[in-house]
Design a protein around this ligand. Structure first.
Ligand code: NAP
Length: 258
């Protein structure tokens, strides 16, 4: 059993739904005070209200991870409301599908700007507050797509998710002097509103290609993030954990049929 996150406060970006909401729910259940960040304030408020109804402490905040000023305001709000900021989960991301041949440069920029530059902006904005914590934690949501696997339609997305890991490996060294760790969770296919938008066929094909024969739940990712955010993970930095039900392992269709 990990020590709780009692007395710790966290910013989770993209927490109004999907994986971010799962992380926020697990963190709140383990005692953290959570700032639920997303662009749509109504959705963020609905999530924060749900966390409060379940006995947690949560506040909604509208910010876009592509906007440094907005993310600095999120960090300032966490400090003002909770008096400390100990954990940043840079989770917000988008994954529109378009083939490389059809992709416009604007489409490329939007995905890289949100997923990769948005990660840098979120970390940069929260760093001054995290430096004041006695053991700050940054947890990135990357993916298996990009660093490990490829999916047609996701050249921009794969590049952004692999890019997050390149960022991680140098950023974690730069912030080590402040006692802050930075690690990344690499989800496989997790059942979220965003993934649902890709359609039934996508969900069925992906579930069939996972040895555990199901898509992951948002709490499967929440618990991996909880470990990296815990006191027990104090000496782990610059590392990744794949949470994918074994999806990257089968070498052949036969391997899935056993
Ligand atoms: P989702 O269900 O579509 O939720 C995305 C969340 O991010 C929403 O809260 C959304 O709220 C927020 N968001 C999007 N753009 C934003 C921006 N510019 N600024 C602030 N918030 C923003 O997505 P998900 O499936 O949970 O994915 C979350 C993360 O996990 C992403 O980084 C994704 O790459 C990663 N991931 C997901 C899977 C999967 O199978 N689902 C697998 C691997 C990795 P607003 O629209 O209101 O801003």
């Amino acid at each position: 059993m990990l020590t709780s996150l009692d007395g710790r406060s966290a910013i989770v970006t993209g927490a109004s739904r999907g994986i971010g909401k799962g992380i926020a729910r697990v963190f709140a259940r383990h005692g953290a005070r959570v700032l639920v960040v997303a662009r749509n304030i109504d959705a963020a408020e609905a999530t924060a209200a749900e966390l409060r109804e379940a006995g947690g402490e949560a506040t909604a905040f509208a910010a876009d991870v592509t906007d440094l000023t907005g993310m600095e305001a999120a960090a300032a709000t966490a400090l003002e409301r909770y008096h400390n900021l100990d954990i940043l989960c840079a989770n917000a991301g988008i994954f529109p599908m378009v083939s490389m041949e059809a992709m416009t440069t604007d489409q490329w920029d939007e995905v890289i700007g949100t997923n990769l530059k948005g990660t840098f902006i979120s970390v940069k904005a929260c760093l001054p507050a995290l430096k004041q914590s006695d053991g700050g934690r940054v947890v990135l949501t990357s993916s298996i797509t990009g660093p490990v696997t490829g999916v047609p339609g996701w050249t921009h997305y794969g590049a952004s998710k692999a890019g997050q890991l390149g960022f991680l490996r140098t950023a974690c060294i730069e912030i080590a002097k402040y006692g802050i760790t930075m690690n990344a969770v690499m989800p496989g296919n997790i059942f979220t509103e965003g993934l649902e938008d890709l359609g039934e066929d996508y969900l069925r094909t992906m579930a069939a290609s996972i040895p555990l024969k199901r898509l992951g739940s948002v709490e499967d990712i929440g618990y991996a993030a909880l470990f990296f955010a815990s006191k027990e993970a104090a000496f782990i930095t610059g590392q990744t954990v794949i949470v994918d039900g074994g999806q990257i392992l089968p070498e052949s269709l036969e391997a899935l049929e056993t």
